[in-house]
Design a protein around this ligand. Structure first.
Ligand code: GLY
Length: 598
């Protein structure tokens, strides 16, 4: 592209932005600071009954540390580790192993994840312990001879759905490099919880009851996740996991060898053999987590540090932020028609790019720099207009040169010194592939479904993948997980992240803007109602009440398809550092998520 062309493009773009900021009918919704001590900003708009919040929850504060995870017991484990003198990495590793016990739907040792770490000196690191396709995996393994999706062999259930797990290797690498306490110490809480049992929350009991039929189907030897053939779990009952305790003890004694070799590996391979899975000892031996360079960019005066490919999260988040940065979102107001419109249009273009360009960087070049290039983004925005929604059918991945489920889990950590960790980990679907490794007591992931099993065809969650994310032996599947850390003036400001499959990226985007633009506290930002658009299908889903009727009318007049949904979107567990250095924890009110300050 020659410089004259670029100059013309820039001028066009600046002109477009300038004239489009005088958009029609921006609804008057503002968040106003309340009288001192009131705690919450007040939302005022045309509808006096409207509330921006799913529910209100009190913020939790800490001076010496903050742990937020999706289960109160796991958060407490992390806080106890800090009190014993551990740092944020020790707390993170200990909490992750505890989640594998108390939150079997997504906490795991049979899955994988991503970790973003910013140390007290401002150095950032990311660790990719995403699962890998086994060596015997192949591009068309879920297709029949006519290249149609095989009946009866879903990529999200059963033994063939699993990639080689990465969690144990990843957590060991993180601890070896940055941990302070002993490996024995950080493993012990999880072992105790598995051995002595954990009290089920109402949500965990319901989850286990709901998954029972699938567990029975894939595990002929009944597992302890099923109470009995007929009885259902109830809140407050104790779940004891002796097999998992044994596996965790092997990991405590031998590190990665306790999982990828010996007794645990033997049980995992026997399980694969029993159900037609393809993971081999060679896959286990070859699994190694990878330290990668963080994706870093700016939004106004804030520095955003996030996860690079094979997660799409970091690149997508920065693209979204760059698209909306020129607009006066704060002035327009939270979820006003204009604010929502530019956010949706950004999402439309970003998810189209995700589908076209993103995949495992170890297999194909991901044009990371190009996707974040200012001129490229300006060009992508040229067909935006306030008068009418852009049609997703005419938005393709940009000219330069997936898939997820809602069940994943995020946790955020910061210690006294200001070391911060953001981790998102997943089995993919709720309870992963539903296969429990017999005798070892852990669930296997169904992460193969995060590949594009047939390029161009949407998966069960509606995301479309392409060549860059086609299956190949030893390749990592594309993810949307977006563990993120934000800096202001060179200091730690936010730790962000959530589960939610394809909605992860848009949830992180919204909570970031709720704080950065709409002046919310972290708890408010997390509690605020959310919406989601992902290019295809061309519609916006939103949590009930996220928009006023008037906003909906205005948006629909401009061609937006907006549907409210009963299901919640995301479970953000985030930390904000207040100007005096106090940590504010925002644990999502939508589930069991709990902040423990110290
Ligand atoms: N399995 C969810 C994700 O990786 O995005």
């Amino acid at each position: 592209m020659n410089s004259k062309y670029l100059l013309t493009l820039s001028i066009c773009f600046l002109g477009l932005v300038a004239c489009k900021t005088t958009q029609p009918n921006s609804q008057n919704t503002t968040l106003q600071k309340p009288a001192e001590n009131q705690g919450f900003y007040q939302f005022t708009n045309e509808d006096p009954n409207a509330s921006p919040f799913f529910a209100k929850k009190a913020s939790v504060y800490g001076k010496n540390g903050m742990i937020i995870a999706t289960h109160p017991v796991a958060s407490q484990v992390g806080a106890d580790i800090l009190k014993q003198g551990g740092n944020a990495i020790d707390a993170a590793v200990s909490t992750q192993f505890a989640l594998a016990v108390v939150h079997p739907a997504a906490g795991n040792i049979g899955g994988g994840g991503f970790l973003v770490y910013r140390d007290k000196n401002g150095q950032s690191y990311t660790l990719d312990y995403r699962e890998k396709a086994p060596e015997n995996a192949s591009r068309d393994m879920y297709l029949d001879e006519n290249k149609n999706i095989k009946a009866g062999q879903p990529s999200w259930l059963g033994h063939l759905a699993s990639g080689t797990p990465g969690s144990v290797d990843g957590l060991e690498q993180a601890h070896k490099r940055f941990g302070k306490l002993s490996w024995k110490q950080v493993l012990q809480p999880a072992i105790d919880l598995a051995e002595n049992g954990v009290k089920l929350t109402a949500r965990e009991a319901r989850g286990l009851n709901n998954v029972k039929a699938d567990l029975l189907k894939y595990n002929p030897t009944k597992t302890y996740f099923m109470k009995t053939d007929t009885a259902k779990w109830k809140e407050g009952e104790i779940l004891i996991q002796k097999d998992l305790a044994k596996t965790l003890r092997l990991i405590q004694e031998q590190g990665r060898k306790g999982f990828y070799e010996g007794e645990t590996a033997k049980l995992l391979l026997a399980e694969m053999k029993r159900g037609g899975g393809i993971i081999t000892q060679k896959d286990l031996d070859n699994y190694h987590a990878v330290w990668r360079e963080a994706v870093i960019g700016n939004y106004k005066n804030l520095k955003v540090i996030s996860m690079p490919p094979p997660s799409s999260g970091g690149i997508a988040l920065l693209q979204l932020l760059k698209f909306v940065e020129p607009y006066p979102l704060q002035k327009w107001g939270w979820h006003s028609d204009s604010t929502t419109q530019v956010m949706i249009e950004a999402e439309r273009r970003v998810y189209a790019d995700r589908s076209k360009w993103l995949g495992d960087p170890d297999f194909a070049k991901v044009p990371q720099k190009e996707l974040l290039d200012a001129e490229y983004l300006k060009k992508r925005w040229q067909d935006f207009q306030f008068a009418q929604a852009t049609d997703s059918k005419i938005v393709k991945g940009g000219d330069i040169i997936g898939y997820e489920s809602p069940e994943t889990t995020h946790s955020s950590f910061v210690d006294k010194e200001g070391n911060a960790v953001s981790i998102t980990t997943t089995l993919n679907g709720s309870y992963g592939s539903k296969v429990v490794v017999d005798g070892a007591g852990f669930l296997m992931n169904d992460e193969m479904d995060d590949f594009s099993i047939k390029p161009g065809v949407p998966n069960v969650y509606g995301l479309i993948g392409n060549e860059a994310n086609a299956i190949a032996a030893n390749k990592r599947m594309l993810s949307s997980m977006t563990p993120t850390i934000v800096e202001k003036d060179g200091k730690l400001m936010m730790v962000l992240g959530t589960p939610g499959g394809s909605t992860i990226i848009t949830s992180v985007f919204q909570v970031f803007l709720n704080v950065a633009e709409h002046q919310m506290s972290m708890q408010q930002a997390v509690d605020a109602l959310r919406f989601h658009h992902q290019w295809m299908p061309d519609r916006t889903t939103f949590e009930e009440g996220a928009f006023t009727e008037k906003t909906l009318i205005r948006m629909r007049e401009r061609g937006y398809k907006l549907d409210s949904q009963k299901n919640t979107i995301g479970r953000m567990d985030c930390i904000l550092v207040l100007p005096d250095g106090t940590y504010e924890g925002g644990a999502d009110v939508r589930a069991d998520d709990t902040a423990v300050g110290y």
